[in-house]
Design a protein around this ligand. Sequence first.
Ligand code: NAD
Ligand code: UGA
Length: 461
Amino acid sequence: MKITSICCIGAGYVGGPTMAIIAQKCPHIKVTVVDLNEERIAAWNDPDVNNIPIFEPGLSDMVGEARGRNLFFTTEVEKGIDEAQMIFISVNTPTKTYGLGKGMAADLKYIELCARQIASVAKDNKIVVEKSTLPVRTAEAVKNILDNTGNGVQFQILSNPEFLAEGTAVEDLLNPDRVLIGGNDAQAIESLVEIYANWVSRDKILTTNLWSSELSKLTANAFLAQRVSSINALSEVCEKTGADVNEVARAIGMDSRIGSKFLKASVGFGGSCFQKDILNLVYIAKSYGLDEVADYWEQVVIMNDHQKRRFAHKIVQTLYNTVSGKKIAFLGWAFKKDTNDTRESAAIDVADYLLLEQAKVAVFDPKVGEKQVRYDLAYSATNELSNIDKNVTVYQDPYEACKGSHAIAVLTEWDEFKNYDWKRIFDSMHKPAFVFDGRNILDAKKMKEIGFVFSSVGSAY
Ligand code: NAD
Ligand code: UGA
């Protein structure tokens, strides 16, 4: 089937950027992105393209070029489904917060809703593409729903997991390491291959069976997160022994079998997917009785929780075992630089720990506003005692955030933090002035010369 119309259900961090690139690279295809969230769709349609709901370098230009030509954002979900030959499902698949598998399994209710809606609306044959990250064998359930509740039309299911990382989404989509397509039907697979082949060379488009494709996505995230937890585990050894984790990472990263990427020690990984996908893998392993496999992968998340807690405890211990009533400035709230996404950001957990110690937390992030910070803290687990309204202040100016503080914690690796006037900041703080660099981005030597009591992750100094 030559595809000329696509619908994507879900206008989030994956659906929005992915469809913008398809529309930009395939002007012959009409791409309609649908979502139930009216506010989000309105933002995607904002006449000022800089106000689209997701901040990603280069994305607004892509959207600006294709929007209104062959890229459309709408809340008319049924119309979008009806008119499309190929439907991508890009809805969220969060960790279940209730019932069986609570805290581990993926909550597939949004996926099931999509499948039921597609089944009830479709009047002609459609290819349904799983773009969301799903547990292995979900396609079976989707196919079952489509075949048993549909109007007798034919559905082909493909798995096409997304590997983009936030902050580099446009670059990742334009030049992917690979595109993965899993399926059983050769013609359906070829229809999707043809779309990507408009800008990705065919040798980078891998085709597999459905189950390999679904499992490869969980596996990729598990391996990446495992590297971060591995280097973070070593960062604690470095702090005890006088080794420097940056030097260790460089030394091992030059081994071509290990490679240099994903070896940056940090306050801990965040983001909406690493933890959720590993826990999902753990749940799958447990459900097959593979307890050793489950325990092995769960340790990646346990280590990450430890790293976040350890960072917060270090602040408390260094500040003479109390932060009660002390202003602690947070530079960064997003889970990584170049994104406005804060889901599972390490900053939230660190703030949560410090608020329980009665600290006054002052937050500045170049792309995250007050509403989001308060929303995140309201949903974190242990905040009832911490009086967020009174003890958290969100600033629009980094110098104001740091002024009068006892300590600064760097929680996100935004480039601009490196170029601040650190002498001016030092002069405005209580003394001793402490800096805890949770991202290892500041120059330790210079900071100490200014007079800061400086500590980073994974070095004894
Ligand atoms: P998101 O929460 O940003 O977006 C999901 C959107 O789906 C929301 O806007 C929501 O309103 C919409 N939605 C949910 N149910 C709907 C329905 N029935 N009809 C219409 N709209 C509906 O999520 P995301 O970050 O884009 O992630 C989506 C999926 O992609 C997840 O499975 C995630 O694991 C995976 N993924 C995410 C990333 C990433 O960088 N965020 C990368 C790769 C894969
Ligand atoms: C990750 C994967 O990299 C993507 O391939 C995948 O598609 C995506 O998850 C997903 O499925 O959602 P993302 O979470 O956007 O992408 O960002 P990463 O660059 O992977 O960073 C994740 C977290 O790990 C961030 O908090 C980052 O700061 C941290 N990290 C990363 C480190 O602490 N050290 C590193 O060396 C690398």
